[in-house]
Design a protein around this ligand. Sequence first.
Ligand code: GDP
Length: 358
Amino acid sequence: MFTPRKRKIHTAQDYIQGILNGDRTLLARAITLIESQLPAHQHMAEEMIQALLPYSGQSLRIGISGYPGAGKSTLIETLGLDLLKQGHKLAVLAIDPSSQLSHGSILGDKTRMEALTRESGCFIRPTPSGGNLGGVARHTRETILLCEAAGYDLILIETVGVGQSEVLVRSMVDFFLLVLIPGAGDELQGIKKGVMEMVDAVLVNKADGEHLPLAKRAAGEYQRALHYLTSATPDWPPPVLLGSALEKQGLDVLWQVILDFQTQQKQNGHWQKRREAQTLEWFEQALIENLQQRFFFHPKIQARLPEIRRTLQTLSLPVSAAVADLLDQFFSGSACSGETGSTDAIGTTVTSASNSGL
Ligand code: GDP
């Protein structure tokens, strides 16, 4: 008779040990806990992260961005296979803003990096679906720590060049690469200046066959454009490189640039400074998110908000007074400590707030 096998329930300690032993299955499940909204999972995730923190931080974190079709997955696969041969362990994570916007996914839907997925030294994690970009960023930061504790010394974070996600990726990597392809017409069209200001290198991909002359011209234009921008990393004018992920051209030069960057930045102290600044930025974002959540989900605030909104619409209350009123409510002992007592009559407090001249 067939008896279904029970899936073992793991403790936080099981996950911690498993990750330290480089167990990919437990690593994947631990990341699922990080992404979970359930309080029990979140507590376990916190315990794991706390325990694994001392084992993290040793990797080289690289961000790769570019429009769909630029050749990011081909590049990651070609370069990745080479780096695995050199003895590295590689984790590839994705931040895909499209999965939040359209519930589809530019990065996740197609079969990507097939050869890499078969390699035992490689761990690939697609973007979690749903949630906002801020949430995805937080999970990705925590995922980086777990991957590092599991022994991955190279972390690639891939994103699609459509705006906000680059800012997030830049805030969690040491080196940021933009992959572009030669196109007809004005090469700089469509590329936001802001994205160019974040890069540590640009790779003009598909510099092969009939595309080569166009690619060379594009590279010249990008280099000139970068010349007028402040570089993202002190003492590092970002180079523009030509390459072909498909024909494996120029990737050794790209890798050497990344290694030179690492050496230079570690020597001049900017590496550590950037990491410290990133941790503080992460902390501040997490604090703001947490406060925001506690504020808006607090029963007392939820009960008052509709009335406050209505009052604002009738222009009988200044915005500043409405804000002050709600903050007073939240920080006045009971709301802050999470007590869910009955709400005051809106009018009274609102009037006193506006009378106080706020
Ligand atoms: P992604 O969406 O940025 O991940 O792009 P892909 O890696 O999926 O590549 C998109 C298409 O461009 C595929 O058909 C690739 O085979 C092709 N491609 C990628 N790199 C190169 C390259 O260096 N040269 C040429 N000619 N084609 C490439």
